[in-house]
Design a protein around this ligand. Structure first.
Ligand SMILES: C[S@@+](CC[C@H](N)C(=O)[O-])C[C@H]1O[C@@H](n2cnc3c(N)ncnc32)[C@H](O)[C@@H]1O
Length: 189
Protein backbone atom coordinates (compact mmCIF):
# COMPACT_ATOMS: atom_id res chain seq x y z
CA UNK A 1 0.00 0.00 0.00
CA UNK A 2 1.27 3.50 -0.90
CA UNK A 3 2.20 5.34 2.30
CA UNK A 4 1.72 8.91 1.07
CA UNK A 5 1.16 10.55 4.44
CA UNK A 6 4.28 8.87 5.83
CA UNK A 7 6.36 10.16 2.92
CA UNK A 8 4.94 13.66 3.41
CA UNK A 9 5.77 13.46 7.11
CA UNK A 10 9.38 12.29 6.74
CA UNK A 11 10.14 14.27 3.58
CA UNK A 12 13.84 14.24 2.82
CA UNK A 13 14.92 13.88 6.45
CA UNK A 14 17.30 10.96 6.73
CA UNK A 15 16.81 7.95 8.89
CA UNK A 16 18.67 8.91 12.08
CA UNK A 17 21.97 7.13 12.29
CA UNK A 18 22.76 6.92 8.58
CA UNK A 19 25.37 9.73 8.48
CA UNK A 20 27.12 8.34 11.60
CA UNK A 21 27.03 4.86 10.12
CA UNK A 22 28.79 6.06 6.98
CA UNK A 23 31.37 7.90 9.09
CA UNK A 24 32.01 4.98 11.46
CA UNK A 25 32.11 2.11 8.94
CA UNK A 26 33.21 3.86 5.73
CA UNK A 27 31.56 1.34 3.40
CA UNK A 28 33.31 1.06 0.04
CA UNK A 29 31.82 3.71 -2.24
CA UNK A 30 33.02 1.85 -5.32
CA UNK A 31 30.59 -0.92 -4.42
CA UNK A 32 26.81 -0.80 -4.50
CA UNK A 33 24.09 0.03 -1.96
CA UNK A 34 20.81 -1.88 -1.77
CA UNK A 35 17.86 -0.05 -0.15
CA UNK A 36 15.01 -2.43 0.70
CA UNK A 37 11.55 -0.85 0.99
CA UNK A 38 13.14 2.35 -0.23
CA UNK A 39 9.91 4.41 -0.33
CA UNK A 40 10.55 8.04 -1.27
CA UNK A 41 14.31 7.35 -1.65
CA UNK A 42 15.29 9.73 1.15
CA UNK A 43 18.20 7.48 2.23
CA UNK A 44 19.08 6.29 -1.28
CA UNK A 45 19.43 9.86 -2.49
CA UNK A 46 21.76 10.70 0.38
CA UNK A 47 23.89 7.67 -0.54
CA UNK A 48 24.02 8.89 -4.14
CA UNK A 49 25.18 12.34 -3.04
CA UNK A 50 27.65 10.70 -0.66
CA UNK A 51 29.35 9.14 -3.68
CA UNK A 52 28.32 5.50 -3.94
CA UNK A 53 28.78 4.35 -7.52
CA UNK A 54 25.65 2.25 -7.72
CA UNK A 55 22.38 2.42 -5.81
CA UNK A 56 19.60 -0.10 -6.16
CA UNK A 57 16.28 0.65 -4.48
CA UNK A 58 13.55 -1.99 -4.20
CA UNK A 59 9.95 -1.36 -3.19
CA UNK A 60 6.81 -3.33 -3.90
CA UNK A 61 4.59 -0.27 -4.31
CA UNK A 62 4.25 0.89 -7.95
CA UNK A 63 3.26 4.43 -6.86
CA UNK A 64 6.74 4.84 -5.39
CA UNK A 65 8.04 5.13 -8.96
CA UNK A 66 7.00 8.80 -8.78
CA UNK A 67 10.07 9.28 -6.55
CA UNK A 68 12.48 7.74 -9.09
CA UNK A 69 15.67 9.76 -9.58
CA UNK A 70 18.49 9.67 -12.10
CA UNK A 71 21.40 7.65 -10.73
CA UNK A 72 19.21 5.33 -8.66
CA UNK A 73 17.92 2.07 -10.11
CA UNK A 74 14.37 1.71 -8.78
CA UNK A 75 12.96 -1.84 -8.95
CA UNK A 76 9.28 -2.22 -8.20
CA UNK A 77 9.10 -5.73 -6.84
CA UNK A 78 8.56 -7.41 -3.48
CA UNK A 79 11.96 -7.97 -1.90
CA UNK A 80 10.96 -11.61 -1.52
CA UNK A 81 11.15 -11.90 -5.32
CA UNK A 82 14.05 -9.59 -6.07
CA UNK A 83 17.14 -11.57 -7.03
CA UNK A 84 20.03 -10.28 -4.89
CA UNK A 85 23.31 -10.78 -6.73
CA UNK A 86 26.19 -12.28 -4.72
CA UNK A 87 29.05 -10.21 -3.30
CA UNK A 88 27.88 -6.83 -4.64
CA UNK A 89 26.94 -4.54 -1.80
CA UNK A 90 29.00 -2.68 0.75
CA UNK A 91 25.81 -1.52 2.43
CA UNK A 92 22.24 -2.79 2.62
CA UNK A 93 19.50 -0.61 4.15
CA UNK A 94 16.17 -1.90 5.41
CA UNK A 95 14.75 0.99 7.44
CA UNK A 96 11.10 0.92 8.49
CA UNK A 97 10.38 -1.79 5.96
CA UNK A 98 11.38 -5.24 7.23
CA UNK A 99 8.56 -5.39 9.78
CA UNK A 100 6.15 -5.76 6.85
CA UNK A 101 7.68 -9.19 6.24
CA UNK A 102 6.53 -12.32 8.07
CA UNK A 103 9.07 -14.24 10.18
CA UNK A 104 9.21 -16.88 7.43
CA UNK A 105 9.96 -14.24 4.78
CA UNK A 106 12.64 -12.70 7.03
CA UNK A 107 14.22 -16.11 7.54
CA UNK A 108 14.41 -16.54 3.78
CA UNK A 109 15.67 -12.97 3.19
CA UNK A 110 18.55 -12.65 5.67
CA UNK A 111 20.77 -15.37 4.11
CA UNK A 112 20.21 -13.74 0.72
CA UNK A 113 21.32 -10.39 2.10
CA UNK A 114 24.35 -12.07 3.66
CA UNK A 115 25.46 -13.53 0.34
CA UNK A 116 24.79 -10.20 -1.42
CA UNK A 117 27.11 -8.30 0.93
CA UNK A 118 30.81 -7.98 0.30
CA UNK A 119 33.21 -8.84 3.13
CA UNK A 120 32.90 -6.16 5.83
CA UNK A 121 29.70 -4.93 4.22
CA UNK A 122 27.10 -3.52 6.61
CA UNK A 123 23.37 -4.02 7.01
CA UNK A 124 21.36 -1.25 8.73
CA UNK A 125 17.69 -1.89 9.50
CA UNK A 126 15.07 -1.96 12.20
CA UNK A 127 12.47 -4.40 13.45
CA UNK A 128 9.52 -4.07 15.81
CA UNK A 129 9.81 -5.45 19.34
CA UNK A 130 7.14 -7.44 21.09
CA UNK A 131 5.66 -4.43 22.94
CA UNK A 132 4.80 -2.61 19.73
CA UNK A 133 1.15 -1.50 19.55
CA UNK A 134 1.01 -1.58 15.75
CA UNK A 135 1.58 -5.31 15.98
CA UNK A 136 -0.50 -6.02 19.10
CA UNK A 137 -3.56 -4.14 17.82
CA UNK A 138 -3.02 -4.59 14.07
CA UNK A 139 -2.90 -0.80 13.91
CA UNK A 140 -0.34 0.23 11.31
CA UNK A 141 -1.62 3.53 9.82
CA UNK A 142 -1.54 2.06 6.29
CA UNK A 143 -3.77 -0.83 7.34
CA UNK A 144 -1.04 -3.26 6.32
CA UNK A 145 -0.10 -6.12 8.65
CA UNK A 146 3.18 -5.70 10.48
CA UNK A 147 5.14 -8.22 12.54
CA UNK A 148 7.25 -8.12 15.67
CA UNK A 149 10.46 -10.12 16.11
CA UNK A 150 11.31 -11.89 19.35
CA UNK A 151 14.79 -12.71 20.61
CA UNK A 152 14.61 -16.26 19.35
CA UNK A 153 13.82 -15.11 15.79
CA UNK A 154 16.46 -12.38 15.95
CA UNK A 155 19.07 -14.95 17.01
CA UNK A 156 18.21 -17.14 14.05
CA UNK A 157 18.10 -14.25 11.55
CA UNK A 158 21.53 -12.97 12.52
CA UNK A 159 23.30 -16.30 11.99
CA UNK A 160 26.67 -15.68 10.29
CA UNK A 161 26.55 -11.89 10.74
CA UNK A 162 28.59 -9.93 13.26
CA UNK A 163 26.48 -7.68 15.49
CA UNK A 164 27.97 -4.19 15.46
CA UNK A 165 25.31 -2.10 17.12
CA UNK A 166 21.80 -2.27 18.53
CA UNK A 167 19.47 0.39 19.96
CA UNK A 168 16.02 -0.09 21.38
CA UNK A 169 13.41 2.69 21.53
CA UNK A 170 10.15 2.54 23.44
CA UNK A 171 7.68 5.40 23.14
CA UNK A 172 4.17 6.36 22.14
CA UNK A 173 2.91 7.67 18.81
CA UNK A 174 0.35 10.43 18.28
CA UNK A 175 -2.47 7.85 18.40
CA UNK A 176 -1.33 6.54 21.77
CA UNK A 177 0.13 3.29 20.45
CA UNK A 178 3.27 1.99 22.08
CA UNK A 179 6.14 2.03 19.59
CA UNK A 180 8.88 -0.51 20.23
CA UNK A 181 11.57 -0.17 17.59
CA UNK A 182 14.87 -2.04 17.62
CA UNK A 183 17.57 -0.81 15.22
CA UNK A 184 20.58 -2.87 14.23
CA UNK A 185 23.84 -2.65 12.40
CA UNK A 186 25.22 -6.04 11.33
CA UNK A 187 28.32 -6.70 9.30
CA UNK A 188 29.58 -9.59 7.20
CA UNK A 189 32.83 -10.87 8.74
C1 LIG B 1 7.42 3.01 5.99
S1 LIG B 1 8.05 2.93 4.38
C2 LIG B 1 9.80 3.18 4.66
C3 LIG B 1 10.48 3.82 3.49
C4 LIG B 1 11.96 4.17 3.74
N1 LIG B 1 12.78 3.00 3.93
C5 LIG B 1 12.05 5.08 4.93
O1 LIG B 1 12.63 4.71 5.96
O2 LIG B 1 11.54 6.20 4.81
C6 LIG B 1 8.03 1.18 4.03
C7 LIG B 1 8.20 0.86 2.57
O3 LIG B 1 8.40 -0.57 2.43
C8 LIG B 1 7.71 -0.99 1.28
N2 LIG B 1 7.48 -2.44 1.40
C9 LIG B 1 6.63 -3.08 2.22
N3 LIG B 1 6.70 -4.40 2.03
C10 LIG B 1 7.63 -4.61 1.06
C11 LIG B 1 8.13 -5.76 0.41
N4 LIG B 1 7.70 -6.98 0.71
N5 LIG B 1 9.08 -5.61 -0.56
C12 LIG B 1 9.52 -4.36 -0.88
N6 LIG B 1 9.07 -3.23 -0.30
C13 LIG B 1 8.13 -3.36 0.66
C14 LIG B 1 6.44 -0.15 1.28
O4 LIG B 1 5.86 -0.10 -0.01
C15 LIG B 1 6.97 1.20 1.74
O5 LIG B 1 7.32 2.03 0.66
Amino acid sequence: MFQGSYFRQVGNKLNPGLPDLLKDFSPDKEAAVLDIGAGNLRDAQYCLQYGFKKIVAVDNEPQCLQFAKPGITYCIQPIQQYSIPADQYSMVLGCNALFFLSPEDLMALFPRIFQGLKKNGIFFFNLLGEEDGWVKFNAHPSGTRVYSSNQELIGRLFSGFRMEFQTEDLGYDENGFCRHVISFVLSKP
